[in-house]
Design a protein around this ligand. Structure first.
Ligand code: IPM
Ligand code: MG
Length: 397
């Protein structure tokens, strides 16, 4: 059997899951080991970002290079600044050159953005804004955040081993709408003084398109979707709930769907995470749920993400720029390395390489390598810095 599909066709299919580990092509490639139609040149725009970004990005790029060489992919990459790192060079937070590179690439590998020097600045002037602009520019509406504890770290989580052992969750976060983007927004003033406004607004079509991603993913997993909303208090979320239900009844009647209030979902995530397969949520609620999810994996330093949509896909760790430990060589690079794995899976349609990177990370952890955030002082642990952890992953790969 031979399926020919060009990259252009894959990209224009309108379904961001087509061709990745959940889509038919990804599964087919994995099962048959067929290499004929796989992308051989992969152009990556690398944006190290702020704080610990440059250190963990160096490490992840080294792993990417090794994986590409091993699996016969021609990796071409170029590095450009954004966020506070760009502002420090006298550039805007998202320089034209950086955006142009992203447009011309197959994927963006992006470090964390954020710098305490802007802590009191209004949102529009903060370095993080560059990330929101990138997400919006490429209409990256589907943010996939897998939450799955690595066996070696089951005791690193503040949650008891028996609660998290076996948890395997995919958080599907809507990324370009809702409270983060809808109008009106901004600062205003009335007779009672200054006030700030953000708007939670979702059109039914936005809910349907993220619902589709969640249902498609569930079909490739355990066939269950929890939709987290706040339909008991907010009209936008009542519409979300109705829309998801109708969309599922019409198109995915065979996929299980439960609605859950987001506050209750937070509680359930720490109390009984194993009940969840796919969780779909709007932008704000998905942001909160994924930080809670991080604790199931032991550390925010373990969580990768993929942002998919209609333009160049973007891959970034869920954690922030950790300015307190920046430049000290102590940061955990594993979320960034796992993020590079997701890049191979989703942008290069090579789930086999993504899996090899996941396995190499698990192997380094099995051997006892730990950065400070995941170390518990147990016997057999080797406390290492960013570079050594990267080297342990490279050795395993
Ligand atoms: C995330 C982050 C960002 C977000 C910030 C840095 C704007 O928390 O990716 O989870 O809220 O989306
Ligand atoms: Mg967040």
């Amino acid at each position: 059997m031979s399926i020919k599909r060009t990259r252009e066709e894959t990209y224009s299919s309108g379904n961001p899951l087509a061709g990745n580990e959940f889509g038919e092509f990804g599964v087919w490639a994995r099962e048959t080991g067929n290499v004929e139609q796989r992308m051989t040149v992969l152009k990556v725009a690398v944006i190290p970002g702020d704080g610990i970004g440059p250190e963990i990005t160096d490490t992840a790029v080294a792993v990417m290079k090794a994986a590409a060489a091993k699996f016969d992919i021609k990796l071409e990459y170029d590095t450009k600044p954004a966020a506070a790192a760009a502002v420090d060079l006298g550039l805007p937070p998202l320089p034209d050159e950086t955006l142009a590179l992203c447009k011309a690439s197959d994927a963006i590998l992006c470090g964390p953005f954020g710098d305490p020097r802007w802590d009191n600045a209004p949102p529009a002037e903060r370095p993080e804004r560059a990330k929101l602009v990138l997400r919006k520019t490429f209409e990256l509406y589907a943010n996939l955040r897998p939450v799955k504890p690595v066996p070696a770290l089951l005791d690193a989580s503040p949650l008891r081993r028996e609660i998290i052992d076996g948890a395997d969750i995919l958080i599907v976060r809507e990324l370009v709408g809702g409270l983060y983007f809808a109008e009106p927004r901004g600062y205003f003033e009335d007779d009672k003084g200054r006030y700030g406004v953000n708007t939670m607004k979702y059109h039914a079509w936005e809910v349907e398109r993220i619902g589709k991603v969640a249902f498609e993913a569930a079909k490739q997993r355990r066939n269950s979707v929890h939709s987290a909303d706040k339909a008991n208090a907010l009209e936008s979320m009542q519409l979300w709930r109705e829309t998801i239900q109708k969309y599922r009844d019409k198109n995915y009647a065979d996929v299980g769907l439960k609605h859950v209030f987001v506050d209750n979902c937070c509680m359930q995530l720490v109390a009984a995470p194993k009940q969840f397969d796919v969780i779909v949520a709007g932008n704000m609620f998905g942001d909160i749920l994924s930080d809670i999810g991080a604790q199931i994996t032991g550390s925010l330093g373990m969580l990768p993400s993929a942002s998919l949509g209609t333009g160049t896909p973007l891959f970034e760790p869920v954690h922030g720029s950790a300015p307190d430990i920046a430049g000290k060589g102590k940061a955990n690079p594993l979320a960034m390395i796992l993020t590079a794995g997701m890049l191979f899976t989703h942008a290069a349609k090579r789930p086999d390489i993504g899996k090899a990177i996941d396995d190499a990370v698990a192997n380094a952890l099995d051997k006892g390598y730990r950065t400070a955030d995941i170390a518990r002082g147990a016997s057999g642990e080797k406390l290492v810095g960013t570079r050594e952890m990267g080297e342990a992953v490279l050795a395993a790969l």
